[in-house]
Write a protein that binds this ligand. Structure first.
Ligand code: ADE
Length: 235
């Protein structure tokens, strides 16, 4: 097993890299891929940058050039669920684009549906989901939920924007990379899971909350990712 770990921002990958041993770094298309050992597991950690295209480029490099066998996306997200508070966790059952629409062409193309694609929600790997949930629950019992992650090239910080995404996707949280990583992993036949810690409520309070809770949430997500890496060494 070789686990690819993708985070968008430095705050989402710095602790993971600091806890790795036997590190070597390779740059591909401007992103630094850090290979080494995390909690006994061979991993490749990369900071992809914000947004779907940055995320997709890194997934493809992880698959084609670094031969990873599994992928985890770790980071922070805005909550779309009334029971998910700042510091809680979402583990992806699946991931969907909330900003992809061809409905003007054909109303059957609901939000997230890519014409010609057999899936609208990219399904995460059941085993990785179970392991990620167990890792999150052991860190903070009762504070993790499994469900849909909705991604788009938008920071969601308005009540109306949030409500539309909930109505369109039924997702538990929103962020800017997960579905692109899911899409890339799915096309390469690589099992994946998205692990996100909540940094804000994706509404009018997000502008204030995000900078306040960004580092705390990212750190908690890194802890869950490390616990999951440890669990994977026993598989
Ligand atoms: N990541 C963390 N919070 C977010 C939000 N409100 N919208 C998009 N991405 C986020």
């Amino acid at each position: 097993m070789k686990l690819g770990i993708i985070g968008a921002m430095d705050v989402e990958v710095a602790t993971l890299k600091a806890n790795m041993t036997e590190k070597t770094e390779t740059t591909v298309a401007g992103s630094v891929y850090c290979e080494g050992i995390l909690e006994g597991l061979p991993v490749v950690v990369v900071q992809c940058g914000i947004g779907k295209v940055n995320a997709a480029l890194c997934v493809q490099a992880l698959c084609s050039q670094f031969a990873v066998t599994h992928i985890v996306n770790t980071g922070i997200a805005g909550s779309l669920d009334k029971d998910l508070d700042i510091g809680d966790f979402v583990i992806s059952r699946d991931a969907i684009y909330h900003d992809f629409t061809c409905a003007a062409l054909n109303p059957a193309y609901v939000t997230g549906q890519i014409p010609g694609f057999p899936v609208r929600n990219f399904p995460a790997d059941e085993n990785l989901v179970k392991l990620a949930y167990a890792a999150a629950d052991s860190l903070q019992a009762g504070h993790a939920k499994i469900g849909t992650v909705a991604s788009g090239d938008q920071f969601v910080g308005q009540k109306e924007q949030k409500e539309k995404i909930i109505a369109d996707t039924g997702a538990l949280c929103t962020e800017m990379e997960g579905a692109a990583i899911a899409h890339g992993a799915w096309k390469n036949g690589i099992p994946f899971v998205v692990i996100r810690a909540i940094s804000d409520k994706a509404d009018d309070s997000a502008e204030m909350d995000y900078p306040t809770f960004e580092a705390m949430a990212a750190e908690k997500c890194a802890l869950v990712t490390r616990a999951m890496a440890k669990a994977l060494t026993k598989m």
